[in-house]
Design a protein around this ligand. Structure first.
Ligand SMILES: [Ca+2]
Ligand SMILES: [Ca+2]
Ligand SMILES: [Ca+2]
Length: 689
């Protein structure tokens, strides 16, 4: 999506490095402590009709590379892995890759990342930057600013304001690279959006019924540096919408003589407009629905005509001139540990119980979990369909071989660190069965397809490419095709160090080509933003375009202390993290249920090295936040099987829970659009044509 696209341009400004792909846990993984600067090979795509293997058996265009190369696996969709004779430095690998990319027979090249490095290059020197910045005068204020309510019939429950303005009188010789729009709801100015045009319709985080101030400044650019211009004088607007859903004060059931009550709505809850009234409807299986109308001041409605000895379920609709909104029904599961799954229902959880009144997922939706594999577990055994094992490195695979059909997680014990059973934990967050035991997943009726790409020594991007292709049903040479391709893919993995997604000067690469093919096939890929409390553009593959890149929040709703975050790019956009979800933070457990320590509880195994017995455990990380979003995306696909990546993103970003007022996520705008809201997202998806 657009956030990630900006992120790549930021990332490409840094030197290329070779890195490990490791589970995105908050705790420092021993794998990630490896500071080697080595690369194992390249991932190469040849032009149509060009054979990968030259007559002498070496890879085509080896001469262009200036070094000895070995042709490796066919990764699907025209990509091949190409190995070096030995591991070489990331810098040298980059220059080899750039030379190889210049050969006319080669379409594109990417580094096969394996070990960790940290090289920074190609940035404007600090001195040159300071000189250029000092020379650039900020633009004068933009002019003729107007802000008006931009409510629209197509989304009656959304607040929107259209802002327009005219360019500044003077740019002092620089050019405009964009405009920054800030809003203030009375609690201080915060970043609202950025725009290349001289108008913008803003929706994100706006609440109908609150009067907002807006101000705009031009961002100008000259000689590689950007500067924020003077802000306009503020203008005010009051957005309006249909009312918020009425909330029952107790049970929402009715009997003869007993009617439920709802909380009165204030002006904000009423959408910023006077209420026209309420309409309550009582339904029961086999009975005619009974309707009851009440005035705007009422908090209950006496039904007439209910059948004796029948329990009715009541919904109530609030109306104003913008539309009518029904109360939300909730489904409370029976799973024993549901009470500890705060991330599903807490104030800054994901509102899952409301989503489940519409859908708990469809068994026809397949979610590929590209991870460490899977273990036997009573909360997962009925949820899992066949996958594959793409861990090629036999020193890391733990099962004694390379690619094979058995995707069981043999354990990733490393040093003195117990096996993580990372894939099992991630799978449970998405789709643990809703029964009476253990936990429930966000989308408990969808299917999990575990695909192995992470071993005890992390993984390779070449194996990840093959796994992405296979998940989408694209043929990978030597591997039986995936008979049940996925609609949603979860990537709870990342890198440390600064790891651009693609080679400098290249328009794309193997990872982004694969992601583009998945998007074209109608698949949505969700990734973890990484756990090193650094700009998210540093972490591969979440920095590749397009994925929905997920940051982690704590119980409080603010950014988890480890989560990577968004930063301002040169056009004034906050880029890196697209959306946030609860990932847990044991440093700040807040009022989370006793024993959870603020973590995300899910399915686990108690084996130290090899698999032991199934159990449950709390973990924290963007590895946990990504599958929360993946589960919500799976619910959306359950309602709209033909939905596209872009539409999924539109639904998610339009329905987020805003970050807590005054939180760092809110004041710095560095955690993406908001916290994913399953109930609101499912309602919005249901309303799509
Ligand atoms: Ca294997
Ligand atoms: Ca295996
Ligand atoms: Ca369960």
């Amino acid at each position: 999506m657009k956030f990630s696209r900006g992120l790549i341009s930021a990332a490409v400004a840094f030197g290329l490095i070779a890195v490990n792909v490791a589970p995105a846990y908050a705790a420092l993984d021993p794998i990630l402590a490896d500071n080697s600067t080595q690369a194992v090979g390249l991932i190469v795509k040849y032009k149509d009709g060009v054979a990968a293997k030259a007559k002498d058996g070496s890879p085509t265009a080896e001469n262009a590379s200036g070094t000895d190369l070995q042709l490796g696996r066919d990764l699907g969709a025209g990509w091949h892995s190409v190995g070096f004779d030995a591991e070489i430095s990331a810098g040298k690998a980059t220059s080899i890759a750039v030379r190889m990319a210049s050969d006319p027979r080669v379409e594109s090249v990417e580094i096969d990342r394996h070990l960790i490095a940290a090289s920074h290059g190609l940035k404007l020197s600090a001195k040159a930057y300071a000189t250029a910045l000092a020379a650039l005068k900020p633009a004068t204020a933009v002019r003729a600013v107007k802000a008006v309510d931009a409510w629209s019939k197509t989304s009656p429950n959304n607040a929107a304001v259209k802002i327009s303005w005219a360019a500044p009188a003077s740019l002092f010789g620089a050019s405009v690279s964009g405009y920054r729009v800030e809003s203030n709801d009375g609690s201080g100015w915060k970043f609202q959006t950025s725009s290349l045009a001289t108008s913008a319709v803003v929706k994100q985080g706006l609440v109908a019924g609150i009067t907002y101030s807006f101000r705009i400044a031009a961002i100008t650019k000259q000689a590689g540096v950007s500067k924020l211009g003077a802000f306009s004088a503020p203008v005010k607007a009051l957005p309006t919408s249909a009312p918020q859903p009425p909330v029952f004060t107790g049970s929402n059931t009715a009997f003869v003589g007993i009617s439920p009550s709802w909380a009165p709505q204030n002006r904000v809850q009423a959408g910023g407009l006077p209420l026209l009234g309420y309409q309550a409807t009582a339904v029961a299986s086999g009975q005619t629905p009974v309707v009851c109308n009440a005035p705007p001041t009422a908090t209950t409605c006496q039904f007439t005509g209910l059948v004796p000895n029948v329990t009715y379920t009541v919904s109530v609709v609030a109306k104003n001139v913008r539309g009518a909104t029904a109360s939300l029904n909730q489904v409370t599961p029976l799973d024993a540990l549901f009470k500890d799954q705060w991330y599903l229902t807490a104030k800054y959880g994901i509102n899952a119980t409301n989503a489940w009144s519409t859908t708990m997922g469809s068994k026809n939706v397949v979610v590929a979990v590209i991870d460490s594999g899977i273990t036997a577990h009573p909360d997962l055994d009925n949820q899992v369909i066949p996958g594959y094992d793409f861990v090629s490195d036999i020193n890391s695979s733990g099962d004694g071989d390379g690619w094979d059909a058995n995707n069981a997680d043999p354990g990733d014990y490393y040093g003195n660190e117990p096996s993580s059973w990372h894939g099992t934990h991630v799978a449970g967050i998405i789709a643990a069965q809703s029964n009476s035991i253990g936990v429930t997943g966000v989308a408990p009726n969808v299917k999990i397809q575990p695909i192995r790409a992470l071993g005890s020594d992390g993984g390779n991007s070449s194996d990840l490419i093959a796994a992405l292709h296979w998940a989408a049903g694209i043929h990978v040479a030597g591997v039986p095709d995936n008979k049940t391709p996925a609609q949603v893919v979860n990537l709870s993995m990342g890198t440390d160090g600064n790891t651009p997604c693609r080679l400098p000067g290249q328009a794309t690469g193997a990872t982004e080509d694969a992601l583009a093919e998945l998007k074209a096939a109608g698949i949505t890929v969700v990734s973890a933003a990484g756990n090193f409390n650094v700009p998210a553009y540093e972490s591969y593959p979440g920095n590749c375009f397009p994925t929905i890149n997920v940051g982690a929040t704590a119980y409080s709703g603010d950014r988890a202390s480890y989560s990577n975050y968004s930063v301002l790019d040169s056009t004034g956009q906050m880029v890196g993290v697209d959306i946030s979800a609860p990932g847990g933070d044991s440093k700040f457990p807040g009022d989370s249920p006793a024993g959870t320590n603020g973590k995300i509880i899910s399915t686990m195994n108690d084996g130290l090295k090899a698999p032991g017995s199934p159990t449950y455990k709390g973990e924290e990380g963007t590895s946990m936040a990504a599958p929360v979003v993946t589960g919500v995306v799976a619910l959306i696909y359950s309602l709209k099987p033909k939905i596209t990546f872009d539409k999924v993103w539109d639904v998610l970003k339009a329905t987020v829970t805003p970050f807590p007022p005054g939180s760092s996520c809110e004041t710095k705008s560095n955690c993406g659009a908001g916290i994913v809201n399953a109930g609101a997202a499912v309602a919005a998806a249901l309303a799509l044509p």
